[in-house]
Design a protein. Structure first.
Length: 338
């Protein structure tokens, strides 16, 4: 739009436009412009199958000047130009770097106009500079759109904590998903050392520092362990850490992504404990059968075991795992046999 304004002022027409090729529709869209009534810019399309000066200019890769459209017999004049009272036009194709055609730059006069070779050369030079500018604008817009798209994705993934830290491993970027997992707001988290996310035991053991050293040495580091929430509760994270470097290889910080898998981890732990209990019961049954006498009565060691089991209802609460329980039972069997 600014390019249209500048070229319209330079040639004194007060009106100009850029028409962009829409390959999928085989049309030219009035992409930007100045001096036009509402309903033209961003809406009017011209079929590239029409025998117009616009399509000819792009196909010939050359400027086209028509100083009096009323007497123009070489090309068909688009209806929207007639309706807008355009009497003379000067067009030049716009090419992106690499020679790919983007569209057309056109100035429009409300009266017959003696556009000459100097005007044509000016438009050609202007379009030469405009092509790379448009190319950069397209790429920047696409990048911004892509970043917005992926940011929307990661923001929607509420069980994935995503954050960045600087080279000293202090938090610099804290997405809403990280707040959802850990509880700290961005205002509270940014500037804090990433070690605040680790349990007190891991902090004391130097786990955060070792994780960073591993990431630097190997390119990434797994982060599969219990972490700490703002309220002090624990959350089990399955994630990784990667170093971030610029084009020269200088360390800029770290990217950390972790999924809250607390429920899955607890379910797996419960399944493992249940499996251990089952193995213990099978082992216990085998041991009791082995201790049985010929007449089917249980050896005195087995009776002693039963008495101790009945007398100790809190036995399981006194041990963390069924392995420990099995070891105690084995000791009882050994003492009974003795």
């Amino acid at each position: 739009t600014e390019a249209c304004r500048l070229v319209a002022e330079a040639l004194g027409t007060g009106r100009a436009k850029v028409m962009q090729i829409e390959a999928e529709h085989h049309t030219l869209l009035v992409r930007a412009g100045v001096g036009w009534d509402e309903g033209i810019v961003g809406r009017v399309r011209l079929s590239m199958d029409e025998h117009s000066s616009e399509t000819f200019s792009i196909a010939a890769r050359a400027p086209v000047i028509s100083n009096d459209l009323a007497s123009e017999h070489r090309f068909d004049v688009p209806a929207f130009l007639k309706d807008a009272g355009v009497k003379a036009i000067a067009s030049v194709p716009i090419f992106l770097p690499g020679g790919h055609p983007f569209g057309l730059l056109q100035v429009d006069a409300a009266e017959p106009r003696a556009f000459d070779d100097d005007d044509s050369q000016f438009l050609r030079t202007y379009a030469t500079f405009l092509g790379p500018v448009i190319d950069r604008l397209i790429k920047t817009t696409a990048l911004a759109s892509t970043e917005s798209y992926y940011r929307a994705i990661v923001e929607a993934a509420r069980d994935y904590a995503i954050l960045r830290t600087d080279a000293d491993d202090r938090i610099t970027d804290w997405l809403a998903s990280a707040e959802a997992v850990f509880g700290w707001t961005a205002l509270e988290a940014v500037g804090q050392p990433a070690a605040i996310l680790f349990t007190a035991e891991d902090q004391a053991a130097g786990v955060p520092e070792r994780e960073i050293k591993t990431a630097l040495a190997q390119g990434s580091a797994a982060d599969l362990r219990w972490h700490r929430r703002k309220d002090g509760s624990r959350v089990f994270i399955d994630g990784f850490v990667v170093p971030l470097r610029d084009g020269s290889g200088t360390l800029r910080g770290f990217q950390k992504i972790g999924q809250d898998v607390t429920q899955r981890h607890l379910a797996q732990e419960a399944a493992r404990e249940n499996e251990e209990r089952q193995r213990f019961l099978i082992t216990l049954g085998d041991a009791m059968r082995a201790e049985a006498s010929a007449d089917g009565k249980i050896h005195v060691a087995a009776r002693l075991l039963g008495e101790r089991l009945r007398a100790s209802r809190v036995l399981y609460a006194e041990f963390d795992h069924a392995r420990n329980v099995a070891e105690v039972f084995n000791g009882w069997f050994a003492s009974g046999a003795a």
